[in-house]
Design a protein around this ligand. Structure first.
Ligand SMILES: NC(=O)c1ccc[n+]([C@@H]2O[C@H](COP(=O)([O-])OP(=O)(O)OC[C@H]3O[C@@H](n4cnc5c(N)ncnc54)[C@H](OP(=O)(O)O)[C@@H]3O)[C@@H](O)[C@H]2O)c1
Length: 313
């Protein structure tokens, strides 16, 4: 089958299209014929091996797993004996491993049935980014004034969509080229961080981008407000965005504001709550153009989500 592979860590030109053996499902696996695959920062971490601490999982010298990609939408091709209730022919979406390929494996708990109203491209855009946004936003509104930093990206655009849908008054933060898109998905206000400082007081701040200090973020938060961090690429080479998260964990027990930086995994029950969301998809590329999509992601040029499509004809 065709798949994107990488032999070494590096920038987008380490990625190439190759012929590889299709994966063989174990008893707990679902084999999916991939129609579309999501592009996100997790794939960028796997491609670059950054931050360096992540190589403990990805492989110390070279990627253990040569094919990147976490999110997919497609059709069930085979189901392991212990892989639950999905059936051959079901249209599904969710997270698996090595999804930038014609076929990929996933666990049934990370797959949901794709509703007919979502295209494969839309469904593939959802899993990691929308599940993360869902967790960052939380179940109940914190009071109504919500600031989303990184609103023009994958997680941030879903955070805007989810928060506005429940009635928060959302201020999105992004660069100039993404202002119109962030407004178009419902943000009440948009701050172009390249032109103006962040101002206001918010009950909830979701920060998925940049490396603003905890001091600056907490000054924008109400006395009992909630700050949620999800990564950020601008920390040091060893720990990346985790540096700031570790400082947040050290501080959290001593302040009244609620501070969190959870690791979020895709789950079927959460996916099932997200099927009413129409993702902001900035671009769609055929699988062979994965290097272009990743180069654009790395440069911050993708508005919302990018998706790869797989042609089986
Ligand atoms: N904790 C978890 O489980 C989890 C799960 C998924 C993702 N993440 C992390 O969440 C982060 C975001 O992921 P993503 O997929 O949404 O990435 P993404 O699609 O690349 O979006 C990041 C956005 O941040 C914006 N940005 C960059 N610098 C900024 C700054 N200084 N201020 C405000 N915005 C800035 C970028 O565009 P503009 O600068 O053009 O506005 C871009 O749109 C990553 O660090 C990722 O690793 C964590």
């Amino acid at each position: 089958m065709k798949a994107i592979v990488q032999d070494v860590y590096g920038n987008a030109d380490v990625l190439r299209l190759a012929d590889v053996d299709p994966p063989t499902p174990g008893p707990k696996d679902v084999l999916v014929r991939v129609h579309a695959a999501g592009v996100d920062r997790g794939a960028w971490h796997a491609m670059t091996g950054l931050p360096l601490i992540a190589r403990a999982g990805f492989g110390p010298r070279r990627p253990r797993n040569p094919t990147p990609g976490m999110d997919l939408a497609g059709v069930v091709e085979a189901v392991g004996a212990e892989a639950g209730d999905l059936k051959v022919g079901d249209e599904v979406f969710g997270s698996g491993t090595s999804t930038w390929a014609e076929y990929a494996l996933a666990r049934p708990g990370k797959l949901a049935r794709k509703p007919a109203h979502l295209s494969f491209e839309q469904a593939a855009a959802l899993p990691t980014s929308a599940c993360t946004a869902r967790r960052m936003i939380g179940d109940a509104a914190d009071g109504g004034q919500t600031l989303i930093i990184g609103a023009g990206g994958g997680v941030g655009s879903f955070a805007v969509l989810l928060a506005t849908a429940r009635g928060d008054r959302v201020t999105g933060v992004c660069s100039t080229g993404k202002v119109a898109a962030v407004r178009s998905i419902g943000a009440d206000q948009v701050i172009d961080y390249t032109r103006e400082p962040l101002t206001g007081r918010y009950e909830l701040i979701v920060d998925v981008a940049g490396n603003r200090s905890l001091r600056e973020l907490r000054a924008l938060l109400t006395p009992r407000g909630r700050l949620m961090l999800a990564g950020g690429e601008d920390g040091g080479r060893w720990l990346g965005g985790m540096e700031r998260s570790l400082r947040l964990f050290a501080l959290a027990p001593f302040v009244k504001q609620r501070l969190g930086a959870p690791i979020v995994l895709t789950r079927r029950d959460v996916l099932e709550t997200l099927t009413g969301v129409t993702p902001l998809i900035g671009e769609v590329h055929p699988l062979a153009e994965a290097p272009t999509a990743m180069a654009r992601l790395a440069a911050g040029q993708i508005t919302g989500k990018a998706v790869l499509t797989v042609d089986h004809s």
